[in-house]
Design a protein around this ligand. Structure first.
Ligand SMILES: CC(C)(COP(=O)(O)OP(=O)(O)OC[C@H]1O[C@@H](n2cnc3c(N)ncnc32)[C@H](O)[C@@H]1OP(=O)(O)O)[C@@H](O)C(=O)NCCC(=O)NCCS
Length: 180
């Protein structure tokens, strides 16, 4: 059994081909960029301005320089999920998840969990222990997902989010997970 087989996500619908996970490549960038524009269908995130803001978060360099620690999920050759992540250069015991997305019609089927668990395995294989990531305090879906994935919130005083984390007026919820 290959690593990809072991990470095959269970089909949500009986008879459906399981999603396959594999390492990312720079050639995946156009498809990932199109998904970043199209997949965020929640009200407020489905505007052209929000799509541009997301696109700016994931320029091509992420798949030029961090592809080896990033993952693509496909079903029948179609992109159904992706995870952009890296082993920290400066923090020798940490990995960091920068961005994740699962196709709207594939959510709730375990692909997000499979993508994260593959990266946790990468972090462990590199002899590292911690995984960190951040999200917006308004993204309640993301907060629930990260809690389900075993992340703890690094609170600021009693507050859920750290104020001004990504600049003036830009708070972030900071997550950490022990992968030991
Ligand atoms: C967040 C996202 C990646 C989750 O992917 P997914 O494939 O739907 O997640 P999974 O089906 O693997 O679920 C993993 C766990 O998270 C939980 N979860 C997923 N979506 C959830 C939601 N909307 N509310 C509460 N819990 C949720 C599941 O219950 C599951 O826990 P369990 O395995 O203990 O039952 C996906 O919903 C997505 O792409 N959302 C839009 C993009 C986005 O907001 N990204 C920001 C994340 S930083």
């Amino acid at each position: 059994m290959t690593e990809e087989d072991r990470h095959a996500a269970a089909p949500r619908t009986p008879g459906r081909t399981p999603a396959q996970l594999r390492g990312a490549r720079e050639a995946d960038y156009p498809t990932v960029a199109a998904a970043i524009q199209a997949w965020w269908t929640q009200p407020g995130l489905d505007t052209p301005a929000a799509a541009r803001e997301r696109a700016a978060l994931v320029p091509r360099l992420w798949l030029q320089h961090f592809a080896a620690t990033s993952t693509i999920a496909e079903r029948d050759g179609r992109l159904v999920g992706f995870l952009i992540a890296f082993l920290s250069q400066d923090r020798g015991d940490e990995g960091y998840i920068h961005f994740v997305g699962v196709a709207p019609d594939e959510r709730g089927g375990g692909i997000g969990r499979q993508l994260y668990e593959r990266f946790f395995a990468t972090v462990r294989a590199a002899g590292r222990r911690w995984v960190r990531c951040v999200t917006s305090p308004t993204n309640t879906l993301s907060i629930a997902f990260h809690e389900a994935m075993g992340f703890a919130i690094e609170r600021s005083g009693g507050e859920l989010a750290k104020p001004d984390y990504d600049g003036p007026g830009v708070p972030r919820v900071a997550f950490v997970r022990d992968c030991a």
